[in-house]
Write a new protein. Structure first.
Length: 147
């Protein structure tokens, strides 16, 4: 059993907490993860820009940020993977640009963010990028049918 926290800072009828929680449960299942905790924040461009500036030194909005923790606090039932933050307006624009539905793009970003929590880093090397995007694409293709 996993613990999933959803913090929704923006109003959006299409991307509900229930929708996000269901997707996260499926992603964790596909990754064979059990007994983990993850936090998802759905926010706006300005908030994610501020986080991107403060944590990565990039003063611009982005689609998704991940903040890995990857620890199991003493006496705590769950291994805490960390936090994934998604800009909902950015995801909506990006979906239109790349030809995905809005929900497909949120699915893709959630997978991407969770893979970063697990230590995958597409910016490290070309080989690492191939591995990460291969896993991401497989999970995406499996789960997009259910949207």
């Amino acid at each position: 059993m996993n613990k999933i926290w959803i913090n929704k800072e923006v109003k959006d009828r299409d991307i509900t907490k229930k929708f996000v929680k269901g997707i996260i449960e499926e992603i964790l299942k596909k990754l064979d993860l059990d007994g983990v905790e993850v936090s998802i924040t759905l926010t706006d461009d300005e908030s994610i820009r501020e986080l991107n500036k403060n944590w990565r030194g990039k003063d611009k909005a982005t689609d998704v940020l991940s903040f890995p923790i990857n620890e199991k606090p003493l006496g705590y039932k769950y291994k805490v993977l960390g936090d994934v933050v998604i800009s909902i307006p950015y995801a909506k624009r990006q979906a239109e640009e790349i030809g995905f539905s809005y929900k497909e793009e949120v699915l893709r970003l959630l997978i991407h963010g969770i893979l970063h929590l697990l230590g995958y880093d597409h910016e490290k090397s070309e080989e690492e990028a191939k591995i990460m995007f291969s896993i991401q694409d497989k999970i995406f293709e499996d789960l997009r049918k259910e949207l």
